[in-house]
Ligand binder design. Structure first.
Ligand SMILES: [Zn+2]
Ligand SMILES: [Zn+2]
Length: 183
């Protein structure tokens, strides 16, 4: 059994003999028409050239797209589509563990950070690495904090303004002779 993704070297044999930390598992193509078409497109394959026993290994799925069954088998969520390239949308790293933005509700933070809406990446998924995901969460908190402070300070200024109006002259520049600026 060999993963059918181009350049992927996962086979049942080398997986069971190698010292990989992570267990690699294999999945057959779905039979549901649309999902099957999505898999084929994502992997650049044609149904006519595909053998019945073609499988895709777990390296082409994100952890977010997999779950463990009660019997301890790793399974791919229905609707998940494999991808040949997986990369962080922010730092472009491809080695770190990647998270799906939608699953971790990071889209809004990303849009606020960049000032642009998330865009369709075609074959690539909207993913960020664990580090950038943390940065985005921090950014979200930092932004919320700044906004809270802003509201608070604006309120304060408003109160100060109205206080000034009731007792005029309080914050007027001091006209008494002080230190003269050097010319
Ligand atoms: Zn593979
Ligand atoms: Zn990153």
């Amino acid at each position: 059994m060999r993963c059918c993704v181009p350049l992927c070297r996962s086979t049942r044999e080398n997986v069971s003999t190698s010292q990989r930390k992570e267990n690699i598992t294999f999945y057959g193509f779905p039979s549901e028409v649309h999902l099957r078409a999505a898999w084929l497109k994502a992997l650049g394959k044609q149904d006519s050239n595909l053998s019945n026993s073609a499988v895709v290994c777990s390296q082409h799925f994100l952890d977010d797209e997999m779950y463990e069954t009660e019997s301890g088998f790793r399974q791919v969520y229905a609707g998940a589509v494999p991808s040949t390239v997986q990369v962080c949308m922010i730092c472009l790293d491809s080695d770190r563990k990647l998270l799906l933005m939608s699953k971790h509700k990071l889209e809004e933070a990303y849009e606020k950070l960049t000032g642009y809406p998330l865009f369709d990446l075609g074959k690539l998924k909207q993913t960020v690495c664990v580090l950038c995901a943390q940065r985005l969460r921090n950014f979200r908190r930092f932004r919320a904090k700044s906004l809270r402070a802003r509201t608070l300070m604006m309120d304060l200024v408003k109160k100060q303004d109205s206080a000034e109006q009731s007792s005029p002259g309080q914050l007027v520049p001091n006209k008494s002779p002080g230190i003269k600026p050097r010319v």
